[in-house]
Ligand binder design. Structure first.
Ligand code: FES
Length: 102
């Protein structure tokens, strides 16, 4: 049995949406932020994944959060920290950075 996750955050680490593949550094930063905010265990547990492409291929790095189905564009390290604190920890989307919703 696996403990349930509250949310799943997916980071594109590909080179088409972000020519310098900035998603790779974001993915490493994400691990530190999830640990700092206490989101690796317990009822607020968050699953972290990286993918080579999310099919957008522009305006990256692209980050997606489920189960809300919220897609963020042009994610910087500062914006990623806001996504972790405001969305993943506190449940409030960073609406000005959202470009798509499922
Ligand atoms: S390479 Fe990031 S969305 Fe395609």
């Amino acid at each position: 049995m696996m403990d349930p996750y509250r949310r799943h955050i997916v980071v594109c680490t590909g080179g088409y949406c972000s020519s310098d593949r900035a998603g790779r550094a974001l993915y490493a930063q994400l691990a530190r932020l999830l640990h700092r905010e206490g989101l690796l265990f317990g009822p607020s547990r968050v699953k972290r994944s990286e993918v080579p492409c999310l099919g957008v291929c522009a305006g990256g790095p692209i980050v997606v959060v489920y189960p809300e189905g919220v897609w963020y564009a042009r994610v910087t390290p500062v914006l990623l920290e806001r996504i972790v604190v405001e969305h993943l920890r506190d449940g409030r989307e960073v609406s000005e950075a959202v470009f798509h919703r499922l």
